[in-house]
Write a protein that binds this ligand. Sequence first.
Ligand code: GDD
Ligand code: MN
Length: 359
Amino acid sequence: MSQRSLSVIAPTYNESENISPFIERAKDVLGQFDWEIIFVDDNSPDGTAEKAFHLSRADQRIRSITRLNDRGLAKSSIQGMLSARGELLCVMDVDGQHDPVVINEMAERLEREDLHIVSAARRLEGNQDLKGLSPVRQKLSTFGNWLCGLVLGRKLTDPLTGFFVIRRDSFLQTAPRLGDPGFKLLLDILHSNKTLRHAEVPFEFGARRNGQSKLDVYVIWKFFTYLLSKLTGGVLPDSLISFLLVGGTGIFVHLAVLYSILWLVPFAVAQTAATLIAATGNFLLNNLLTFRDRRLKSWAKFWGYLKFIGISAVGIVANVSAATLTYERLVHVVFVATLAGIAIDTVWKFVIANKFIWK
Ligand code: GDD
Ligand code: MN
């Protein structure tokens, strides 16, 4: 009987110490498959791609893809999956936290129950200790799971796992609809294609072998705004949501500055200072979070900042005019008119920022 073909897609970033042990383990346990391993590296500074390249010359079953000037676990995985030759595709971490032996179980389950996708869940057994995660990560994970349930419309034990097997044709059918969920590819696949038959198998999430986790504040932020965007039915793109949330913090900064210096200086001065400081904070946060993948540095950052202050100034005029119009022509309610003004101002800034600052 011919062996089932399997492609293991292993996105990597700074994992040079981990890929050899990973390959050894895979060789030991994937005997039932005609397998290949595809490393997709985002040009890691530690030379992971080069190491993968050398290993690929020694063994035909190992392949190495390098992406330049971009970062992203999900984006890398998608790229690897698109160039895979197996009937089954498996996405997983190479750092020792995902044991390749679990692939056998997932593939078996997929065949037996005629499913499209099977994921490996980190806590099917009730309170199984997530020893690979810090306490903060565990809390975040629980909250994230709950939000995911809301977005997916059904509860999974572990919608955030990065370890799953999917049929190649199911993936190809879904791929054009995928967005950029940062780390959480599984969730995006299940959300984008509701017809997929899916199941979970439990597994023991291990500790990292070498190096450290790349899941940082930015990844969490991106995921959070991704979920909120899905909750609006996709009407608001995640970058606009991020921009709005950052703008929201700006209102607090503005009021805090205003009230703390109002007793020292005239109102106009306090108002100007508050506007400038809030706009500066907004600029820095947007540069760090909303437009992270187009982040401005050094001179470009300085010019971007001046432009942002500029559009903020125009925004104040837009804001006041929109609020006045709304008040006089439509509602005669100060609060509603003010909100309308802020909304117009924010959308205006977002459009301009998208087109002319973080191009
Ligand atoms: N190409 C590429 N680009 N690979 C990346 C990137 C990136 O920007 N960021 C991370 N990776 C690779 C890592 O090298 C690793 O092999 C794998 O993706 C997972 O990254 P980790 O940094 O080890 O993530 P983690 O262990 O903290 O997160 C785990 O839990 C998440 C859910 O909470 C992983 O299992 C994730 O897959 C999972 O979504
Ligand atoms: Mn990991």
